[in-house]
Design a protein around this ligand. Structure first.
Ligand code: NAP
Length: 259
């Protein structure tokens, strides 16, 4: 496959970069020429991601470029602000591409869900996305730079899912937050889009019992689960000028599940 270098001058901040979709996004953006600021709650995992990244022109698998790892809990306002400050201090500019992939789930049926499980999931998935989007937008606007903000939601944010009231509410919130940010930030040259993955093979879905997986796979028109790279392909498109007139969109990457 010929890799295009659509992101040669981009600085990309990716949260949830230590695992699954976030790690695949870092790899794809780096392959397209971006410098990557990889952030995760697990700082060691973010560092491991950076070790895996390539730069343009490097031999396959050889790390190149000045990618950097950061540790932050995106659900903490002070940590999210400090993350943006650290990235700007490190690279002397705000990130022009921001991908919020940090996310958790704590599944339980509505009748039994604890307030704590509700609060935790909303704090990371929705408030964390808000905090990172806001801090990044403030940095871009005050420096007069254009940018592309991409928030990872989920197809269940559109259609609901059994046992996931907290997660679904957070992901529906991410869609609304992103659409509103798109309306407010368009005049500053900042595009905001969300990506709605379906059922992807990552550590998050590893814990699902095989019988449940088989049932969901049976509902996917493409007949199989997606990969983190399937999501990364779409994120790279939304990060690049190939999507220069797309903002406020929610792009489904589901193999047709729950279309
Ligand atoms: P994953 O492999 O579990 O990766 C999520 C990453 O986010 C982990 O590295 C996790 O770190 C990090 N994280 C958790 N809480 C954080 C916090 N407070 N601050 C910073 N980082 C934090 O899951 P994934 O499947 O790649 O999911 C990535 C995104 O895609 C999530 O938003 C998820 O909801 C969404 N999504 C996934 C699927 C799917 O089928 N996999 C479908 C739809 C949407 P720790 O490991 O240290 O907790």
């Amino acid at each position: 496959m010929t890799t295009q270098l659509r992101l040669r001058s981009a600085l990309a901040l990716v949260t949830g970069a230590g695992s699954g979709i976030g790690r695949a996004v870092c790899a794809r953006l780096a392959r397209e020429g971006a410098t990557v600021a990889a952030c995760d709650l697990n700082g060691a995992a973010a560092h491991e991601t950076v070790q895996l990244l390539e730069g343009p022109g490097s031999a396959q698998g050889a790390p190149r470029g000045n990618h950097a790892a950061f540790q932050a809990d995106v659900s903490e306002a002070r940590a999210a602000r400090s993350l943006l400050e650290q990235v700007q201090a490190c690279f002397s500019r705000p990130p022009s591409v921001v991908v919020s992939s940090a996310g958790i789930n704590q599944d339980e049926f509505l009748l039994h869900m604890s307030e704590d499980d509700w609060d935790k999931v909303i704090a990371v998935n929705l408030k964390g996305t808000f905090l990172v989007t806001q801090a990044a937008a403030q940095a871009l606007v005050s420096s007069g730079s254009h940018g592309s903000i991409i928030n990872i939601s989920s197809i269940v944010g559109k259609v609901g899912n059994m046992g996931q009231t907290n997660y679904v509410a957070s992901k529906a919130g991410v869609i609304g937050l992103t659409q509103t940010a798109a309306r407010e930030l368009g005049r500053h040259g900042i595009r905001c889009n969300s990506v709605l993955p379906g059922f992807m093979t990552t550590p998050m879905t590893q814990k699902i019992p095989q019988a449940v997986k088989d049932k969901v796979i049976g509902m996917i028109p493409m007949g199989h689960m997606g990969s983190p790279e399937d999501v990364a392909d779409v994120v790279a498109f939304l990060a690049s000028e190939d999507s220069g007139y797309i903002t406020g969109a929610s792009v489904e990457v589901t193999g047709g599940l729950w279309m």
